[in-house]
Design a binder for this molecule. Structure first.
Ligand code: TRP
Ligand code: ZN
Length: 866
């Protein structure tokens, strides 16, 4: 399998190609594990193996095995002589095996020495697993690929005092004393599954439980396992889980299929959460919350991640992926499902704005940078590098386009059909698209291009008004810029929802047209599309409504057009987007010392502030500053010093222009549960005003940090962090004193410090040396390092900033390559930096490349250096 990221190599892993897929030679029908949990954990596996129909009779048995001490191999209870075992990087081969046999292996693993957090590892005092994508072969030798599905039975034994809780997938079928102060539990999972969905946990954890009765009348026990003392922080996640279960029953008719659903919160976790069958393991940051400790954004994120992992039980677990190139089959689809859940729960308009804001800040830069790849990649060295915004979020956008094209009824029928036909097996993206196409009776084959082609398509929109004929001609032209390895691009099918505004700002119906497939939906299938709209005044086209396709619209809009869209469109996304475009134009002007493009932006924002929409959350979005990462994408080459200065100048100008309404909003103190929108608005207002540093606002922010609502506390602390005021240091140390015993809140303290406008690289070094800093905890590492690179652009883009960041990556490369690789991105954009930054950063990356060893990090750096 993919190169062994734990063994320092020279980074030269083998390239795995999608088109090289071959079905497995051997299948493993049953897995019987005996795990004696301890500092040295002994794992005995009995595997029931048979040769597949498609394999040659002399096919050797190739097992994956990484970072484990192999003590014994036996076939049908007979030891296999050492010379019959050929070891290779990442596993071993045995020749001349029978057609059916029982393979027994014994090995030893050391959870506490496992800093990669893949396989069986220590997360604080508890031991837990992470098997996706290739962690299982760090626990026991196996055919570690998702198209090998097996029934698992696990016997766990451990010291009762140290590890009173023993969990694995499925049902606990037996437990008892094991002598010597040890106890045991036997778990059996009735569903065959790929080994990446295996999980086990041993720890001293508190259990919080509840019940859910499915629509079909099944009683399900819901159990959360958390550190003692955190029981009171589980309520929100528990209710989100119940809502998600109900939602999937109501929306897609999908009911949970085991008697117990367990969620374990881990302190040390590489990503957000993992959908292991019946036993999710979560980053504690996506479980634990109360209004005192977590922000409204975290509450939303918890609901979304809880739902995401739950929804995987069908889209991912019951039907899994044939190979890792199909990753978006489960991830894109499941993100789409969790987005729909959040829309129903919290309101579609604001959710859609938040989704696009995230996509543009994370996925668009990826699609325009050196690591751009298709939603279904063609090749990889380390699959962990492909758990990306492209595979997840752009993948979800493709599913959304498919749904837009075929409608809800056909989508539901097609999804159900897909799950029925492929239940208990490993599928491909073609299987999914074919099921939708069949249900809809529509040819969806052209959409496969979205999976194959990298890069964000541009959509140029231009208008011509023929006064004599009374016709507005609207021309759309699509093109996609080249990406690494894909110089030439094809036209894509683009479902384009469009609104036409007449001179009075009223919506007009779309004219009859062969491309029109719904009331407001045009299906663009070629490079260009032209429609003619009759009327006695020019019409203003607005698209893509609700961001119906993940494209960059380049409209020939005047400032006045954008202003009209911002106030007249009936589509919340389009209003927000028009203001975003005005922000981009204003910023581009300021980069050239031209402040004139600020005028229409300020005027529009003032109009919105004077007549705000009823929904405070929407109002906060309409008035929020754009994400820096998206603004950055507007330029072919960026001078980071000018870029950040222009951003500050722009925000200050907005603060001055909207000082009146902002002061009113900032002074509100909305602490009730249902007032998240008002909190967002108060924080946005404070963010702008604090930059002007008036004493009254600084004092207000300083007081607010000491309040009891974390959303307001963080809003105030973040606002202060962007000022030169001494109130920031005071507020920050008060916050630290108050929260130093609470790891998740302390992560926020580290993040605010690292992202503060005046924190130098030298001060970042002090944070890394802080007594509460912990290199083994990814949340803490990200809080300092990733926040520094993302938020503190003025200091990151310096010789010292690059050196510091490269040093952090080098250190992580040796301990946790997966985390290191996921954090490379800030150093990979040098091709689009102005000099001297470009040269400085490239040299740093070259130097780093010579020092790192993991395939994970090397694959990322090589993409940028290519
Ligand atoms: N499948 C997980 C999800 O989407 C994510 C995941 C993949 C993951 N690899 C991981 C989580 C490694 C933690 C560690 O929810
Ligand atoms: Zn997922």
């Amino acid at each position: 399998m993919a190169g062994d990221s734990s063994h320092p190599s020279d980074g030269a892993g083998a390239t795995i190609r999608r088109t090289d897929y071959r079905p497995p030679d051997y299948l493993i029908d049953a897995v019987d594990l005996d795990v004696r949990v301890d500092t040295d954990t002994a794992v005995t596996a009995h595997l029931t193996i048979r040769r597949s129909d498609t394999a040659a009779t002399d096919a050797p048995l190739v097992l994956d095995a990484r970072d484990l001490a192999l003590d014994e191999v036996a076939i049908d209870d007979e030891a296999v002589a050492a010379q019959r075992i050929a070891h290779h990087a990442g596993g071993f081969t045995v020749h001349d095996v029978p057609e059916r046999f029982r393979l027994t292996t014994r090995c030893t693993i050391r959870p506490e020495a496992n800093t990669a957090l893949e396989g069986f590892y220590a997360s604080g005092p508890m031991y837990c697993t992470q098997c996706e994508a290739h962690g299982f072969s760090r626990i026991t030798p196996f055919i570690d690929r998702p198209d090998v599905l097996s029934r698992f039975r696990v016997r766990l034994s451990a010291d009762r005092e140290r590890f009173p809780v023993l969990l694995a997938n499925g049902d606990c079928v037996e437990q008892g004393e094991d002598g010597d102060g040890r106890h045991y539990a036997v778990w059996a999972d009735p569903f065959a599954k790929p080994c990446y969905l295996f999980a086990m946990v041993a720890g001293d954890l508190a259990r919080v439980h509840d019940r859910h009765t499915t629509g079909s009348g099944r009683e399900i026990a819901l159990e959360f396992y958390v550190d003692h003392g955190n029981e009171h922080l589980v309520g929100h996640a528990m209710s989100a889980l119940k809502q998600a279960m109900r939602w999937d029953e109501d929306t897609f008719g999908l009911h949970y299929d085991l008697d117990t659903y367990m969620v374990v919160a881990a302190r040390a976790f590489n990503m957000g959460a993992m959908e292991n069958k019946g036993l999710n393991i979560f980053n504690a940051a996506y479980v634990l919350a109360s209004p005192e400790t977590a922000t409204d954004a975290t509450f939303e994120a918890i609901s979304a991640v809880i739902a995401h992992e739950y929804f995987h039980n069908y889209t991912g677990n019951r039907v899994t992926c044939r190979d890792w190139f199909q990753l978006s089959l489960k991830e894109g689809l499941t993100v789409y499902r969790d987005q729909r859940f959040s829309e129903d729960l919290l309101g579609a308009d604001v959710q859609r704005i938040e989704q696009v804001r995230g996509l543009r800040a994370m996925q668009f830069p990826e699609d325009a940078g050196p690591t751009a790849h298709p939603v279904r990649p063609d090749a990889y060295k380390e699959v962990n590098n492909f758990y990306t915004a492209t595979v997840y979020e752009k993948g979800a956008e493709i599913v959304r386009m498919l749904r837009t094209r075929i409608g809800e009824a056909a989508f539901r029928a097609g999804l159900r059909r897909y799950l029925e036909v492929h239940d208990g097996s490993a599928a491909t993206i073609e299987d999914f698209v074919a099921a939708l196409a069949e249900a809809a009776g529509v040819d969806l084959e052209p959409f496969m291009r979205w999976y194959a082609q990298a890069g964000t398509p541009r959509l140029q929109l231009s208008r011509e008004w023929d006064a004599a004929a009374g016709v507005t001609a609207i021309t759309l032209r699509q093109w996609t810029p080249p990406t690494p390895g894909q110089p030439d691009k094809q036209a894509l099918p683009v479902p384009l929802r469009m609104e036409l505004l007449d001179g009075e700002g009223r919506a007009m119906a779309l004219p009859e047209h062969p491309a029109r497939v719904g009331d407001d939906l045009l299906m663009m299938t070629d490079e260009t599309l032209r429609i003619e709209v009759p009327g006695d005044a020019p019409v203003l086209p607005v698209c893509p409504l609700a961001f119906s396709a993940p494209v960059i619209l380049e409209g020939d809009y005047s400032a006045l057009d954008l202003q009209r869209i911002a106030v007249q469109s009936h589509d919340a996304f389009a209003r927000w987007d028009a203001i975003q475009q005005m922000h981009a134009r204003a910023h581009a002007g300021l980069m050239r010392d031209d402040a004139s493009a600020l005028e229409p932006l300020l005027a529009t924002m003032q109009r919105i502030a004077a007549a705000p929409p009823g929904d405070d959350a929407l109002c906060a979005h309409l008035l929020a500053p754009p994400r820096a990462a998206w603004l950055w994408e507007q330029y072919p080459v960026v001078d980071p010093a000018r870029f950040t200065a222009a951003m500050r100048e722009q925000k200050a100008a907005i603060g001055r222009a909207l000082c009146g309404p902002f002061t009113v909003w900032a002074q509100r103190n909305p602490i009730a549960e249902g007032q998240a929108g008002a909190r967002a608005l108060a924080n946005t207002a404070l963010e702008y005003l604090a930059l002007l540093e008036p004493d009254a606002i600084l004092a207000l922010a300083r007081r607010r940090v000491d309040g009891t609502n974390m959303t307001l506390t963080m809003g105030a602390l973040l606002a202060l962090s962007q000022t030169r005021s001494s109130e920031f240091a005071l507020a920050s140390s008060a916050f630290y004193q108050h929260w130093r015993e609470h790891p998740l809140v302390l992560d926020r303290w580290f993040a605010v410090r690292a992202g503060a406008a005046h924190t130098s690289p030298e001060q970042i070094r002090e944070l890394l040396a802080h007594e509460d800093f912990d290199w083994r905890n990814p949340n803490r590492v990200r809080a300092v390092a990733a926040t520094f690179a993302r938020e503190n652009l003025a200091h990151f883009h310096t010789e010292a900033g690059y050196a510091l960041y490269a040093g952090i990556l080098e250190r992580l490369d040796g301990s946790n390559p997966q985390l290191a690789a996921r954090m490379c991105r800030p150093l990979l954009g040098f091709a689009r930096l102005a000099d001297p930054w470009s040269t400085m950063q490239r040299e740093r990356v070259r130097d780093l490349r010579a020092r790192v060893r993991s395939v994970d990090v090397c694959e990322m750096l090589d993409a940028a250096l290519a």
